[in-house]
Design a protein. Structure first.
Length: 240
């Protein structure tokens, strides 16, 4: 969920008067670098799955800590964001193999849907089909906060065996609807990312913010991909 990482006041506070200002091409280049690291590290984890399965909980904690550091220490994003991308690649490779074994072909489909969503949201933003108004931002932030709370509450209740929250995470109709909703919110959050990145150019944010913005986009894409393969797995289970 990258949107909370990108705020107008962040870019205003990072304004610079010299020539070291961020550009949209710089953000794109850094995003591709992080995606490349993410991809190759995920392939590496697939080829060494026995090593990374036991390490998965530690990798999850480490990536979360890295994300928190990056949020509050943007100046070192050029150093930590590549490490974060590698760590997330190792995690995604391990998780993807788990889903692929259960539902062959689901990883490819998940990647295709994620990429299509990215370009569809970019097109919708650039053409003005979806306009980023204050109301839109408020609804999105409320939705993401609700989803985050849902994740936490459902995890706690599942630990204590509450049947209702278990049903939300299986392949029931309620579970599928919830996954569709979360996937839509994840997709729409890209719109806010694009809008805030574009506006940051006007604020002449410092060059290192390119890495920070690329990191933020990667977080959203990872979230979207995970939700997509979860949704596809539920739909596949219903067919069987």
């Amino acid at each position: 969920m990258s949107n909370p990482l990108l705020k107008n006041n962040i870019f205003k506070s990072e304004q610079t008067e010299n020539n070291e200002v961020m550009t949209i091409s710089g953000v794109i280049n850094k995003t591709f670098i992080l995606l490349g690291l993410l991809f190759y590290s995920s392939i590496y984890s697939l080829n060494h799955i026995d090593v990374f399965v036991p390490l998965l909980p530690y990798l999850l904690i480490f990536s979360f800590v890295l994300a928190m550091i990056l949020i509050f220490k943007k100046t070192i994003s050029m150093f930590l964001s590549p490490i974060y991308a590698i760590c997330e690649g190792l995690i995604l490779g391990t998780i993807s193999l788990f889903f692929e074994k259960m539902y062959p072909g689901i990883v490819f489909n998940g990647i295709v849907v994620t990429i299509c969503s990215l370009f569809c949201m970019l097109a919708a933003y650039k053409t003005g089909i979806i306009k980023v108004t204050q109301r839109f931002k408020s609804v999105m932030m409320l939705s993401m906060f609700s989803i985050c709370l849902f994740y936490i509450v459902s995890l706690l209740f599942n630990i204590f065996g509450f049947e209702f929250f278990r049903n939300i995470h299986n392949n029931s109709n309620l579970s599928i609807v919830s996954s569709i909703f979360i996937s839509i919110v994840a997709s729409l959050s890209l719109i806010i990312d694009f809008d805030l990145i574009e506006h940051s150019i006007k604020y002449k944010a410092h060059k290192y913010m390119e890495w920070y913005c690329a990191f933020s986009l990667i977080v959203t894409l990872i979230w979207l991909y995970i939700e997509v393969i979860r949704l596809l797995s539920k739909l596949s289970s219903n067919k069987n």
